[in-house]
Every structure is written in structure tokens, then in C-alpha cells.
Design a protein around this ligand. Structure first.
Ligand code: ADP
Length: 270
């Protein structure tokens, strides 16, 4: 009896192994296709500013006896190289985020600090477009993770809110605890995003309006980075938007408890 039951089990097991192997291969193929896509996108995205800089440098050489033109071209070279630097930094950030599953050295992060720091970073940019912030947060919101990553994520959302809204509008930032989560939302009164595009804006290099994104110094990677930072923290980012009325991006992260005050490790002896 024993022998039969062994062989009866062995057959499906063998099939399962084969199935797993096949699944593994399709998964590997998919990963490889995504990687190849990314490399193709990256080289395309890098070629634009590099090509621009090369042309502008030639224009400088041709205009050597016209100092005004030289200054004008040099200024544009500076703009293009700033964009290139940002693009390279974001590509590196994104590949690091994709390689890691969690932050390397997680710490207890005070979300109120993250909100204040991110808003402070944006003040100059916002002032330039006469935009105002309304911020609501509280001091009992904590997350376990990497505070500089979370500042990057929130800053990316704020940069977009500023870039894709008309001047003189308001941006509302709300951080609050909802059950076991910390919710941080950014609401703008901007152009909004169509239902069709809402599913795609988190993809790398996807832009609704490439010319506008480029004009504001966008790289098309901002939201992909936000998505990966949230995922690395065990959370997610979602989008609610109505075209012509504005957008709300919400990050939801598992809430951590503030550590109780640590007891004195070396109690005094008498
Ligand atoms: P970009 O560098 O182009 O801003 P992102 O990944 O940050 O790249 O955003 C992708 C695209 O999503 C943008 O190009 C823009 O079309 C759209 N988008 C992002 N945020 C907003 C927003 N707050 N309002 C309207 N459109 C937005």
C-alpha cells in the first residue's frame, strides 16, 4: 500500500515542479522585458538633453563674436545640464528603490517633521507662482522607515501640485491617522487628470503632456519614485482627480507607535 501512495503523490509533485519552472521562466521573461524597456526609455530620455547641449555648444562656437548670443546659449546649456543631472539622479534613485524591498536602516519617523520639511523645501517654488499652502498635521503620527525617502515622496507630490496648477491657487496638505494607517494627502486646484490617464501616471516616464512636463523641468519619474517609496514602506499611493478641478494624491503607510521613553539602561546601585 505504501509504495502506491508514494508513487501516486510523486506524479503530481513532478508536474508541479515543472509548472513552477515554467512560471518562473515567464516571470523571468517579464522581468527581462521590463528591464529592456527601461533601458530603452532611459537612453531615449538621456539623448534629448545631451543632444540639446551638443547643439547649443555648437551654437556658442558659431556665435563667438556675438557676446549676447553666447550668453543666451550658455544659459540654456545650464538649464539642460541641470535637467540632465536631475534625470540621472532620479534614474539612480529609482533603480535603488526597485532593488530594495524595504528601507536599509529603518527608524521611527515623525510624520509631522516630514510634512514641515517638505513644505519648507517648496516655499520658494510656490512663492514664484503665488501659491499658498494649507497644512494640517498632528504630532502623534509615526511611521517606521526612512525619513529622507518620505520627504522625497511628499516633495515630489508637492512639486507636481505646484507645476500642474494655475498661479494663485491653493495646495492643501493633510496628515492624519486612520485606523492602523497614516494618511498623507496633497490636494491641488489644478488641471486634474483624466480617468484614462489616472492609471498611467505612476508609470516611469509617462507624462500626460510631455511638452508641459519638460517645460517645468519634469522627468516623468516623480510619481514612479513616490509609488516605490510607498511600497518599500509597506504602503501605497492613490489618486483621485476630476479633470479641470484638481487632484488629490494620498499616501497610506502603516502607522507605528512612538517608542515609550527608554528606561535607564544602567540603574544606579547603592
Ligand atoms: P513629471 O516629471 O512629468 O511631473 P511625474 O511622474 O511626477 O512626472 O508625473 C507624471 C505626469 O502626471 C505628469 O507629467 C503630469 O502630466 C501628470 N501629473 C502629475 N501630478 C499632477 C497633478 N498634481 N495635476 C495634474 N497632472 C499631474
Amino acid at each position: 500500500g505504501g509504495e502506491i501512495s508514494v508513487s501516486a503523490r510523486a506524479a503530481p509533485l513532478g508536474q508541479r515542479h515543472l509548472l513552477l519552472l515554467v512560471e518562473d521562466r515567464t516571470q523571468a521573461k517579464r522581468v527581462e522585458a521590463v528591464r529592456r524597456d527601461f533601458v530603452a526609455n532611459v537612453s531615449h530620455e538621456l539623448k534629448t538633453p545631451v543632444g540639446g547641449i551638443a547643439l547649443l555648444a555648437e551654437a556658442v562656437l558659431d556665435a563667438a563674436d556675438d557676446p549676447e548670443a553666447v550668453a543666451r546659449f550658455a544659459k540654456r546649456i545650464k538649464i539642460e545640464s541641470t535637467r540632465l543631472t536631475r534625470l540621472v539622479k532620479e534614474i539612480v534613485d529609482l533603480s535603488r528603490l526597485q532593488a530594495a524591498e524595504t528601507p536599509e536602516d529603518p527608524q521611527l519617523v515623525d510624520i509631522d517633521d516630514v510634512v514641515q520639511e517638505s513644505v519648507d523645501l517648496m516655499l520658494t517654488l510656490a512663492e514664484g507662482r503665488r501659491m499658498s499652502f494649507r497644512v494640517s498635521s498632528s504630532d502623534d503620527l509615526f511611521v517606521y522607515g526612512d525619513s529622507s525617502m518620505l520627504v522625497t515622496a511628499l516633495s515630489n507630490l508637492l512639486t507636481n501640485a505646484i507645476a500642474y496648477s494655475p498661479e494663485d491657487t491653493r495646495i492643501t496638505v493633510v496628515a492624519r491617522g486612520v485606523e492602523g494607517l497614516v494618511e498623507i494627502s496633497v490636494t491641488d486646484q489644478g488641471r486634474g487628470i483624466s480617468a484614462e490617464d489616472q492609471g498611467r501616471v505612476f508609470e516611469r516616464f509617462y507624462r500626460v503632456d510631455a511638452a508641459r512636463s519638460r517645460a517645468t523641468g519634469g522627468t516623468g519619474l516623480g510619481l514612479a519614485i513616490v509609488k516605490h517609496i510607498c511600497a518599500n514602506h509597506g504602503g501605497e499611493v492613490t489618486l483621485w482627480s476630476q479633470e479641470g478641478h484638481g487632484s488629490t494624491f494620498t499616501m497610506r503607510l502603516p502607522r507605528a507607535q512612538a517608542e515609550p521613553p527608554t528606561p535607564n539602561p544602567t540603574p544606579s546601585r547603592r
